[in-house]
Design a protein around this ligand. Structure first.
Ligand code: ATP
Length: 297
């Protein structure tokens, strides 16, 4: 069974800083999960631990029941890093980067076979970057670089994909294209964990959320985790917070509303502190549940 299980991990850096403590959550295939938290809350550290780049001082990570090392060997897991983690002066072409995703399938001489080239080409086409295949990676825009690294992850054919901030510095069109692709992967049974600061987009494309601040504050379905209380707990004063009552705004389903915003897309909460979905299509069950709860009050 495809799952990612983070079990009570504590991660300390060599300088003694404890970035994560007793951190646990579990996700299954066919999920897009957002990893959300303030700067420095340990999101990248968590990715590093899942990828085996840092060793937890205690606890463990299991991927489909295997250790990290075994999952990496089996190409079960792929990672799309933050742009800052990549040395862009390194002279490699877009094509070379995507073929790197096939290394795990090549022999030690790393000579690509026809199948590797086919998959690399298809992956570049899926992210709309095939025409850039000869370009040096350092000569691309931020959004184009992200798409190439996503293509590398696709070429790896891994069932678990971690993406660190895939939307920073990308335009709306690229963001929509990436989200579309993640949805397709999710529908095909992949397990996707995305760290993002773009809170407004989370309810639109993530079915679950892990909220972190040096440990897991809350984890579960988006409708349960993305509540006003939890977000205030995770972000404190970082988010702008507006509260309107019935006398100051047009009546909104007969309820007072609160608005939390990260200045990209506002999140609107009803009286019970539950998220009000702006795109209601597909959320009918959640809306009905909320209406019932409101009726009980
Ligand atoms: N190599 C390192 N050595 C020591 N401390 C580190 C190292 N990398 C990160 N840290 C510290 O660990 C904490 C968590 O950092 P991390 O990069 O995981 O946060 P993040 O949630 O990804 O932040 P951001 O949203 O800014 O990317 C921070 O306090 C950071 O200063």
């Amino acid at each position: 069974m495809l799952d990612l299980s983070v079990e009570d991990i504590t991660v300390c850096y060599p300088n003694g800083h404890e970035a994560l403590r007793d951190t646990s959550f579990r996700l299954e295939g066919g999920t897009i999960c957002a990893l959300v938290g303030v700067n420095g809350s340990g999101k990248s550290t968590l990715f590093r631990a899942i990828m085996g780049f840092v060793r937890p001082a205690s606890g463990r990570v299991r991927i489909a029941g295997r250790s990290v090392q075994s999952a990496l060997k089996a190409n079960l897991i792929a990672y799309v890093p933050q742009s800052e983690e990549v040395d862009w002066s390194f002279p490699v072409s877009v094509w070379d980067v995507v073929l790197m995703g096939r290394y795990g399938y090549m022999n030690f001489l790393r000579i690509p076979r026809a199948r590797d080239r086919e998959i690399a080409e298809e992956s570049l086409r899926r992210v709309g970057m095939l025409e850039f295949r000869e370009r040096q990676i350092g000569e691309l825009s931020g959004g184009q670089k992200k798409r190439v690294f996503l293509a590398r992850a696709l070429a790896q054919r891994s069932r678990v994909i971690l993406l660190d901030e895939p939307f920073t510095g990308v335009d709306v069109q690229t963001e929509t294209a990436i989200i579309g692709l993640l949805r397709e992967l999710c529908a095909a049974g992949h397990l996707i964990l995305v760290s993002t600061h773009n809170l407004g987009a989370v309810p639109e494309f993530c079915d679950s959320v892990v909220l972190v601040n040096r440990t897991v504050l809350a984890a579960g379905p988006t409708a349960e985790v993305f509540t006003q209380d939890n977000l205030v707990r995770a972000f404190g004063g970082v988010l702008r917070h507006f509260k309107f009552d019935e006398s100051t705004v047009q009546k909104h389903d007969e309820k007072a509303v609160t608005l939390l915003t990260d200045d990209e897309r506002p999140l609107v909460f009803g009286k019970g502190g539950h998220l009000e979905y702006s795109h209601r299509a597909g959320k009918e069950n959640v809306i009905a549940e909320r209406a019932e709860e409101e009726g009980d009050r």
